[in-house]
Design a protein around this ligand. Structure first.
Ligand code: KG4
Ligand code: ZN
Length: 340
């Protein structure tokens, strides 16, 4: 099956053409980061307007790069939620319109469902597995038994890991989104230089909390201002990154023990982080389990990842209704409500 996938949930306008939910013929991502950086974060109104401007050229480019005509597309997959309503609406409306005009089905999938399956575009992934999703809006552990079969084991009670990275970066004077900038600065730093808390690390639950860590970093910066670049900034970044990695490692280890999972998937933008990647590689070696972390270009937001669950649903005849709406807040446990 030849599928066109569309993603507009936040600040990336993306489209991809994927065959059989496995072979990526094209994947185009147009980022708005430079525009939002000026404001220190994503401005929803600007995001929607930019999606509107870019959606058509991005889809055309995806079809051109795949050397596929629109008439050859057999189904449309689009992010239905969660995300910014106005941003989601652009991709969702276009998906519906194209599906209607071409007389083909469309299905609205969960953005995180896409992240979880991104790594299966690189290598086969068997069920069941444990998924750690670390992105700008999510820090969640899921037990995954199949496409559409997700059980939430734990989640953040406040900030997501990516949010903590971005807010801490902002406190240090780094431009939005600062996650990757902290990662780069941390390379030359001493992670033992600044003692920062590891919130809820030993509380015996699979819940995460990162807002206290961000506050501790803020208090440290108030007493010891950092200039960038500089050794003090690198030390602080390395210390912060290690604190996040320690918490992610501890909770993931506990979830692996609880579920007995033999496979671990790490997904979402923060899975690009060098510390997260090496921490999870060590954990997987220690427990002798399979580790799936996609290459960085598949960790961040893209449309190709949506085609994996989307293709599955379309092949099962599970389509979305023409009058369906986007869902800004949508728990994975309620995923079945997408279908006709
Ligand atoms: O999955 P994603 O592209 O978008 C969401 O669905 O949220 O994740 C974006 C998040 C941002 O918070 C960004 O700062 C973070 O991923 N990120 C990183 C790195 N690269 C991206 N955080 C830490 N280290 C990185 N190398
Ligand atoms: Zn995402």
């Amino acid at each position: 099956m030849l599928v066109l996938a569309i993603e507009t949930s936040c600040d990336e306008t993306a489209a991809a053409v994927v065959r059989d939910g496995r072979v990526v013929l094209s994947s185009v991502v147009s980022s708005q980061i430079a525009i939002h950086a000026e404001y220190g974060g994503v401005v929803p109104e600007i995001a929607s307007r930019k999606h509107l401007e870019m959606i058509s050229p991005v889809i055309s480019q995806a079809l051109r790069e795949a050397a596929v005509a629109l008439s050859e597309i057999e189904g449309i997959v689009v992010t239905r939620g969660p995300g910014l309503s106005g941003a989601l609406l652009v991709g969702f409306s276009v998906a519906k319109a194209v599906a209607f005009a071409c007389g083909i089905p469309y299905v609205g999938v969960h953005h995180i469902e896409g992240h979880i399956f991104a790594s299966s575009l690189e290598q086969p992934l068997e069920f069941p597995f444990l998924a750690l999703v670390v992105s700008g809006g999510h820090t969640h552990l899921y037990h995954v038994e199949g496409v559409g079969r997700y059980t939430t084991l734990g989640r953040t009670i406040d900030d997501a890991a990516g949010e903590a990275f971005d807010k801490s970066a902002k406190i240090m004077g780094l431009e939005y989104p600062g996650g990757a900038k902290i990662d780069a600065l941390a390379q030359g730093g001493n992670a033992a230089a600044v003692h920062l808390p590891r919130p809820m690390i030993h509380d015996g639950t699979l819940k995460f909390s990162f807002s206290g860590l961000k506050t501790a970093l803020m208090q440290h910066v108030a007493k010891h201002p950092v200039s960038i670049p500089g050794q003090a900034a690198s030390d602080l970044c390395a210390s912060f990154q290690l604190a996040v990695c320690d918490v992610l490692e501890s909770k993931t280890r506990a979830a692996l023990e609880q579920t007995g999972a033999a496979r671990l998937v790490v997904a979402g933008g923060v899975a690009c982080n060098s510390g997260v990647r090496s921490t999870m590689a060590r954990l997987a070696r220690e427990r002798c389990i399979e580790l799936h972390i996609p290459r960085p270009s598949l960790c961040g937001d893209n449309a190709a990842m949506l085609a994996v669950p989307g293709n599955y649903y379309l092949e099962q005849g599970l389509f979305s209704a023409p009058d369906q709406d986007v869902t800004a807040n949508w728990e994975m446990d309620r995923i079945k409500e997408i279908f006709l």
